[in-house]
Every structure is written in C-alpha cells, then in structure tokens.
Design a protein around this ligand. Structure first.
Ligand code: SF4
Length: 723
C-alpha cells in the first residue's frame, strides 16, 4: 500500500517540511511539503535525495552487539541483555567512582524527545552534568552571545525577515551551500528589489561572495576588528541610534571607549581589506531601513567565537537594527535540532528550558518539576565536548555513551578522541550506521532508528517546532533513540543504590527512600516525553505550554514562545525593546580583537580553513550512501591558491600531505583563485571511513572559546608537502 507521511528533513537547520512516499515498507519518494512555512514545497539536492540514502539495509546497524572484553569481537545480543549490560556497567562505575565518572555525548541530530530522555537520565537520575553534544561544535558561541547581550538564547528574528531586509550582512556563512532553501528566498527578494545590498564577510570567494555587492575578504579570524572598525565609523559619523541606545541598552560608554582606538584604517589593515570597503559596509548597514545579519560557523567555530558574535550584535544594538521587521542578528543553526537540544537543556552547561546549572533557584525548579528531592541535582558544571574527551583520556571519566554522532570524525584533533576511547573502561555507541569511525570503539553497539523510521519534534533556525514522523518501520532490530535511553534509564534506576537514586537523607523530595519511588521514566511514547518537556517550559522565555502534538497536527509547525492560551507563536522577539535581561535592557560588550589560536609560522606557513560542500552532510554517514550527491564534488580535495601551488612545484591532482602539529592526512590538490595567498581550504565531510589517511580533523586544533567552549574548527596552521 502506498502512503504519504508529513515530516521534516533531517539535515540542516532550515527545517524543510517533506512528504515521504512509502510502499511495502520502503521509502520510495519525497516531495517538499507545500504547506510547510519553512520551505513552501522546496527542497535542496540533499533533501530531495533522502530516499536514495534509505535504499537497502547494507551499512545499517541492525542488531545490538556486545563485547565482554576489549580483545574480543562484538557479538550479536538480544535487546534485554544489551540494555541490562549497559545499565549494569554504568551502575558499577557510578557506585564505585561517583556520578561524574560517566558521561553522555549526544547530537544536534537527535529529536527533542530523544534529547529530553538523555538529559533527564544524566542530570535527573545519574546526577551528573557530564552530558554534552555535537551542538557544542556548532552553535554554542551564538548561544553564549545571545545570553550575554540579549539575556536569552535564541534568535530574535524569523524567516520572513529575510524577505524584508534591505541590507544583508552575511558573516562566516556560505548560505547557498549550508542553508540552500532559505537562500532561495533571499535571491527572490533581491531579484524583486535589486537595491537590496548584500555584504559578505568571508576570507574565501565563495559562491555567495561572488554574488555580493560587497565582499570583505578579511584575514581569517579578524571579524571582531572588522565589526569594531565599522562601529567606530558609525559612532563618529553619527549614524548610530542614540535614542535606542539610551532607552534599551547598557554598557555603550565602555564599548565606545574601546572602539575609539579601533579606527577604520587600523581595522582595515588588520583585516587586510580596503578601508573604503569597510566604510561602505558600515554606511550600508547603519543607513538601511532594515539590516539583517546572517551568520554561522565562520563566527562560531573560533577560539573567540563569543566575542565575534557579541561584536556583531553590538552593531545591531547601536543602530537600533533589531526588534523590527527585516532587522536583527540571525544565527543560522547548523544542525536540524541544535535548538531543540538546548530547549531541553541537553548540554553540560545548562538545565531544562534555558535554566542554568549554577543557579540554585533554577535547579530547585527542575527538581520540583521532575519530582527529585531538593538539593539532589548536581551543581557541579559538566564537561563540554573537548574537555569531556580529555577527561576520558585522563581516566577521570570511565564510561561514555555516544549517541547519533561520530566524534572520531567531527571533533578537532581526532587522535585525542581516539586516545580517549581506547582509555575508557566502557564505551557505548548508539548508531543507525555500522561503519562510522566511532563504532569500532564500541563495547556495546545499540542500533538506532533513523530518519523516516522515528517520530518526535525538531526546532529550526527560526524557533519553529515541526513534527518528524515515521513513514516505515526501522530495519532489523533498530529502535528509536528515546526508547533506548528510556529502557536503560529504567534499568539503571532499579540498580542504583537508594542514596544514589534519592540523594542525601535530608531530601524532601517525593521519594520515600524505600526504593518504591515513582519512576522518573514513565514514558510509553514520544508524545509522553513531549508533554512532560512542555510543562518545564511554562513561564520561561521559550514557553510552549500552549503547544501539543495535536496543535501541531491541526495548525502546522509553530514558533516559540507559544504559551497557553496563545493563538500562535511569536515571529519576532524584543519588538517592544524589552530584552530578557534582569533589567530588560540589552547589554553592549566591549570586545577586543584577538588573533587566532595558532597563527601560521615558518614551520606551518599555511592557514587551513574548513567548511561544508553543497551536497554532503557532516561525516557523510547518510549522504555518502547516495551516488548522486558526489556529482557536485566527487572527492575530497585541498584547495590552494594557484601561485602558492606553483611556488612549491605542485599542480592540480597532485597528492599532498597536510600536516599540523597534531596530525596529518593526504588529499589531492585543487588550485583556485578564490582563496587569499597563504590559505588553504578543505571540506569537513570526508572521514577515515572514506579516506585512508583520515579526515581534515586529523589536523585541526582543540583550542576552545573561553566562554562558549566551542573549538576553533575553522582555523589551524599547517604545512603542505608533496605526498
Ligand atoms: Fe533539508 Fe536543509 Fe536542504 Fe531544506 S535546505 S531540504 S532542511 S538540507
């Protein structure tokens, strides 16, 4: 029988609605959902080829597998045995070494319901905050900056603003590749009104930069100098908005004092661009009826990513380009559900519904809502991704559970991660695909359902919550991620000692200490999980008390906040100039330009940049299964400026070794005019699964932003030699 199921694409943060066609238990086709407000029926090449990635079960993880010793191979196991074994090993470590001796590393590709159960398992049951996600590699600098400047996580803007902006500043985003369907809306707006200005900030002449009215090809990592120089010009030319600053912000005087020294000529020199271009960008931005910034990993994946975001937000606050149609800072989410993960608090640095681990009142609220005793949630900060794997390597974390992500490809300085997983006492990998770079390290492999086979919700870049629905049964014995976490959690609950389960004896929670307390994991369906999640958001900035599966079913995907009684969600935030800070005023931050973590030098003279290609996704576990997606770029290559190659006697197609202080890999060379001298570029996608010598993160650096803890995946110093 043929069926059509309404769902959401599983790749980027645009969150396109799809109609999945299936017949006899197989996905046979896909169309864009014409009624979905994110894409109105459009899909990009990746979305359109999703059915091809589901042809056959080859390469899928189909059965639980367990190995009892590191020396033995994993053997197929029954689900109950595998779940019991995971619970027993985690319980042993927790009882012996304490709750912080275990960790969970999860994914912005999990659904919100999956995320919720994992987070509750770590924080509510185990009582550790050692749960982090690959969203740390993606959006954490944007999140930190939003909180510091506007008072709360989440962009103030919506997709409609893309059509209403008169000046668009793209910073560190190659949108036609990374968010293609959304980019089409920009193209259409500019086709209708060619006076719309596009300013592109990117060291590379990307496809987007080639379309720009003004391309600022800044030296890598100099974004703060650029934004400060632009602000200097705006202030001293009188194009800021003093009334907005006075009415709605704090901290402007400190920022003004700082940027007094950041003259446009100095900034232009640091950035390596013409001063006139910097001035032009400042004037277009400040004078525009509506200026919108679209930014992504070029700002976030930096050892100063938070400052880069803050310096950009400073421009919006200083000119009043926020809280009105077509204006505002708009971080484009990389992954399909990085935002949903933050909503449930599924990271080492946050609690449910945008609460803070370090805030006693926030912890008390979550304790009450979850029904755990007062003072039982851990106040100890958890370890963010890079620190988490370092702690595993140092033997501080003994057991780690990795779900829906491939850190032996995606983390910087991969050898550090390999070392960690070799050192760990116990590694669980929950995966849909059996050939990722991380699976060989698994003591237990738990087969997970994947896109088209599981149900729940995701939140896209404009805070819109959409349903994801199963169109077919999962292959083999694969199960939904939330179900697997829930089953282990129930078993772990039964194994942990009453003290561990219920905290100290003075606990005044609703547990009686007899071991008969109600389970924290009563969920029988993903809808049960969503219903509990939304109760935790009530009264918070992301309140979705008025949202339910039924509401989304009837009225379609909705944006948050969506409190009880609301007819619809809020498209924009801060339209009244009231921000989410304690005093309601946004906060300027005096951000100083700082150089990249690892400048090029005589031994490592090239600056390595990394990024996405149009038709691949992350580590290619899925897109690598569709041959058509290799048409755009058949193989990984290292791009280098033509004269840089010629100076070394290298030409197109030559194999070269890319070596950094941490590792090396071999890639074919591709010459280009689109890079500045002394700079090379490699795609992030190809991993050791596809390349014998490993992916580009063999060479990248684990330096992190001090506030967001996001690593500098975008820049490292390397040497290039003929292989
Ligand atoms: Fe999927 Fe993003 Fe393409 Fe839309 S733009 S179809 S969400 S990959």
């Amino acid at each position: 029988m043929k069926t059509v199921t309404r769902s959401t694409c599983c790749y980027c943060g645009v969150g396109c609605g799809v109609l999945i066609e299936a017949e006899d238990g197989r996905v046979t086709g896909i169309e864009g959902d014409p009624d979905h407000p994110s894409n109105f029926g459009r899909l990009c090449t990746k979305g359109r080829s999703l059915p091809l990635t589901m042809a056959g079960h080859a390469g899928r993880a189909l059965h639980p597998e367990v190995r009892l010793t590191r020396e033995s191979a994993r053997e197929p196991a029954e689900w109950p045995d595998a779940l019991d074994y995971v619970a027993a090993r985690f319980a042993d470590v927790i009882e012996r070494d304490g709750p912080d001796a275990v960790a969970f590393y999860i994914s912005g590709q999990l659904l919100t319901e999956d995320y919720y159960v994992f987070n509750k398992l770590a924080k509510g049951l185990v009582r550790t905050n050692n749960i982090d996600t690959n969203s740390r590699l993606c959006m954490s600098s944007a999140v930190t900056a939003y909180k510091k400047s506007l008072g709360a996580d989440g962009p103030p803007t919506c997709y409609e603003d893309i059509e209403l902006a008169h000046t668009v500043l793209f910073a560190g985003s190659n949108m036609p590749y990374a968010h293609p369907v959304l980019f089409r809306r920009l193209e259409e707006a500019k086709a209708k009104d060619p006076s719309i200005k596009w300013i592109v900030v990117d060291p590379r002449r990307t496809d987007l930069a080639a379309l720009a009215d003004l391309h600022l090809a800044i030296a890598p990592g100099t974004d703060v100098a650029l934004f400060n120089g632009m602000l200097h010009h705006m202030i001293w030319e009188g194009s800021i908005d003093p009334a907005y600053i006075a009415a709605h912000t704090n901290g402007f005087d400190d920022l003004k004092a700082l940027v007094r020294g950041d003259t446009p000529s100095m900034a232009a020199e640091i950035c390596g661009i013409a001063e006139t271009d910097l001035l032009q960008a400042a004037e277009w931005f400040a004078a525009s009826p509506a200026a919108l910034s679209l930014y992504c990993m070029g700002l976030n994946q930096s050892s100063h990513g938070t400052d880069k975001n803050l310096a950009l937000i400073n421009l919006h606050l200083a000119t009043g380009q926020i809280g009105k149609p077509g204006a505002g800072p708009f971080s484009l989410t990389g992954q399909p559900n990085a935002m949903g993960g933050r909503e449930v608090g599924g990271m080492a640095t946050m609690l449910a519904a945008h609460r803070d681990i370090g805030n006693a009142e926030d912890r008390a609220q979550v304790e009450a809502l979850w029904g755990v005793g007062a003072g039982e949630l851990s106040a100890r900060p958890g370890l963010p991704a890079v620190d988490m794997f370092d702690a595993v390597a140092e033997g501080k974390i003994k057991a780690i559970w990795i779900a829906c992500t491939n850190p032996v490809h995606s983390m910087p300085d991969i050898e550090r991660v390999r070392r960690a997983l070799r050192t760990a006492e116990f590694v669980v990998v929950q995966e849909a695909f059996e050939q990722t770079d991380t699976v060989p390290y698994a003591d237990v492999l738990l087969p997970a359902s994947s896109w088209g086979e599981k149900s729940g919700t995701v939140t896209n870049s404009e805070r819109r919550i959409s349903r994801v629905r199963a169109a077919v049964e999962p292959p083999g014995e694969a199960r939904p991620d939330w179900w697997i976490a829930n089953e282990v959690a129930r078993r772990l609950e039964a194994r942990l000692s009453p003290r561990q389960r219920h905290g100290n004896e003075q606990s005044d929670g609703n547990h009686d200490g007899s071991g008969n307390a109600p389970s924290l994991f009563p969920f029988a369906s993903e809808q049960d999980v969503f219903d509990e999640h939304r109760t935790l958001t009530v009264g918070r900035d992301l309140d979705i008390g008025g949202l339910s599966y039924e509401r989304i079913e009837n009225d379609g995907p909705q944006q948050w906040p969506f409190p009880s009684g609301a007819a619809k969600g809020s498209a924009r935030r801060y339209t009244d100039g009231l921000f989410a800070t304690v005093d309601g005023r946004a906060r300027f931050h005096a951000t100083r330009y700082l150089p990249v973590a690892e400048p090029a030098d005589a031994r490592y003279p090239f600056r390595l940049l990394t990024g996405r290609l149009r038709d691949q996704w992350h580590g290619m576990s899925r897109t690598g299964r569709a041959g058509v997606l290799f048409n755009h770029a058949p193989e990984a290559a290292l791009s280098i400026r033509r004269e840089d190659a010629a100076r070394r006697g290298l030409k197109d197609g030559d194999l070269v070794t890319v070596a950094s202080r941490r590792g090396r890999l071999v890639l074919p060379l591709e010459t280009t005019e689109d890079l500045p001298p002394g700079t090379v570029f490699a795609p992030m996608h190809w991993s050791g699964q596809f390349l014998d010598s490993g992916g580009i993160n063999e060479a990248t650096i684990g330096a992190v932003d001090p506030d967001s803890k996001q690593p500098e995946l975008k820049h490292a110093a390397v040497r290039i030699e003929a292989a």
